[in-house]
Design a protein around this ligand. Sequence first.
Ligand code: FAD
Length: 379
Amino acid sequence: MTNNLSNTIHAWCSKNLNEETIRELDHDPARVIKLYRDFTGNGWLESVNIFENPNTFRDLIEIGKILSGYSSAISNVIGVNCVCAMLLTTFGTDSQKEIGRKVLKGDILTCFSLTEPDAGSDIGNLQTTATLEGDHWVLQGKKYLATGAAVADYILVVVRTNPDKPLNKGISLFLVPGNVHGIKLSPQQKIATNSFASCEITFDSVRLPQEMVIGGQDFGWGVITFAGAVERLMVAASCVGLSRRILEYLYEYTQHRMIQGQPLYDIQLINHQLADMAIKIKAADLLLGNAMELLTSGATPTVEICGAKVFASEMQQEISMAAMKIIGGRGYLKEYPVERWMREGLLSLYAGGTNELQKNIIARNMQKDYASKTKERNS
Ligand SMILES: Cc1cc2nc3c(=O)[nH]c(=O)nc-3n(C[C@H](O)[C@H](O)[C@H](O)COP(=O)(O)OP(=O)(O)OC[C@H]3O[C@@H](n4cnc5c(N)ncnc54)[C@H](O)[C@@H]3O)c2cc1C
């Protein structure tokens, strides 16, 4: 992303997302969508397409970092819709690609639904099915924590299309209209960002024409692998952006808060904590940048992507907890932003899969890697 565009987006955020608006956004879904349409109306997301823009991931990550420093509701709505638009423009048919382009213009809203009540980390236990009846698919089952479903025109839903095959050969992604007959959406109360609701979804014999499959029947594994990679990068970006904002706030705060006649910042314990934060934020940003560059080059940097997500989200938790302590009892008050940052930042522990899941993936890859190196050395 050019510095120019980055400055323009910062300027949009400063104009539209002051502290009061950000607080109100927590309870105002209509305003979140209005702001999403205003943001996308500027055309800033239209290049989110890996076939048309070689810098897609770089741009997406920069946008994620900037927005997360202001409002998690806005960064969530943009992140979710960008991931869905990318799936549609990368794997979709011509008419699905067109829907993806409309998402990036703000004309259509989407969301992604993989998780089920009994299939979160244990994705192998996915129960929602689609069965072919004549020329229609019939969807049956229940999803969970689908963020953005309450306002989505289309929900991208992962289901089993071939229960006899292993997951990587028997699931498909469907484009499901949000108002289709047989669907029931129930928003779930969260500790933050309720203006962009996560929903339980029930599919009771939902009938869909065959052309609603994205990326081909039984090809869902490839699609969710790609979605997971992009989502993890976006999560790491949001952690870097939010942590930078917290550090900036703490720097200002500790300059002015006087303790025993001196600014809080002048106490070495405090300024060292801030120095540690700066080092860790830089490290997280470098890990993220490295993973993103590898992905852009066409590699499959699974370990780097999972590692960047783990490091950034754990760093982000550390920083918001340290901020709660550094500003003292004010951290507990709603009139200060730190408690909101702490609540909102917790999402990074789950989004894109928990950190335990990431470490399982990293451990499996290391095992393969070391096994093949050992074999090479011994041959
Ligand atoms: C606010 C929010 C928004 C979300 N939005 C979406 C969305 O838009 N779309 C969507 O599809 N999903 C969404 N999710 C779901 C999210 O991806 C899941 O919460 C996450 O994958 C974890 O699944 P789970 O909640 O079922 O936890 P569980 O799978 O029940 O895990 C419970 C605990 O066990 C640990 N664990 C489980 N298995 C293992 C193992 N093999 N080894 C080590 N530890 C293990 C986990 O790490 C965790 O600590 C959202 C979640 C939240 C909180």
